[in-house]
Write a protein that binds this ligand. Structure first.
Ligand SMILES: [Fe+2]
Length: 200
């Protein structure tokens, strides 16, 4: 699946990334192998930016070799417009792996994640709007642009990147989502009208 890699930073700046794509794996790149490789990187590398750079090609290898990922997501809940299917979440292990589906037209709250994250879009189109905190009042956010992602695109987020997702089209979007250990004291939902940032 062709696609572009992106990095979103805390100022809402989107930068296209060039990563060396590894050779096709000699054996099936199973989820547990992927998790082991990611854990090794987390132990070895402290910088989130560097971690994302190293994990991104592994995510691409995984999604290109694992069609089952797209089959393991539930349909979006008609009430909320989205669904999360947890693939892996072990207590005291600093990783969460989820498949997420959004019904077309659903719009997420404006939020950050309080940890690094990687979202690989497998189906559908997602418009992301980006924001940054005002330098004078950190509870106020300013729009920082938007970008629409297509299947095969990989979006990497630094912990303070602020975004809002809108699923475009009629079909649900499907994405593979990988997050580090959430710092719930640093994860916020923002309201630009009220100028508030509440724990989320
Ligand atoms: Fe998000």
């Amino acid at each position: 699946m062709a696609g572009q890699d992106w990095l979103i930073d805390e100022r809402g700046t989107c930068t296209a990334q060039t990563h060396l794509h590894p050779e096709p794996p000699p054996q099936p790149y199973r989820l547990y192998r992927f998790l082991t490789d990611v854990e090794d990187i987390l132990v070895r590398v402290e910088s989130d930016r560097q971690r994302l750079k190293l994990i991104c090609p592994l995510v691409r290898t995984l999604i290109e070799n694992s069609p089952w990922l797209a089959w393991s997501v539930s349909l979006p809940d008609p009430e909320t417009g989205w669904s999360v299917s947890m693939l892996y979440d072990e207590p005291d292990f600093p990783l969460t792996v989820q498949m997420v589906a959004w019904a077309g037209g659903t719009v997420s709250p404006i939020h950050n994640h309080g940890t690094w994250g990687i979202v690989a879009l497998l189906a559908g189109q997602e418009k992301n709007r980006f924001w940054r905190r005002s330098l004078t009042n950190p509870n106020h956010i300013e729009a920082a642009g938007d970008l629409t992602f297509f299947p095969g695109d990989l979006i990497t987020f630094l912990p303070d990147a602020i975004h809002q997702v809108e699923a475009l089209g009629d079909e649900p979007t499907i994405s593979f989502n990988l997050y580090g250990e959430t710092n719930y004291q640093q994860r916020f939902r923002f309201d630009p009208q009220q100028g508030t940032a509440n724990l989320f």
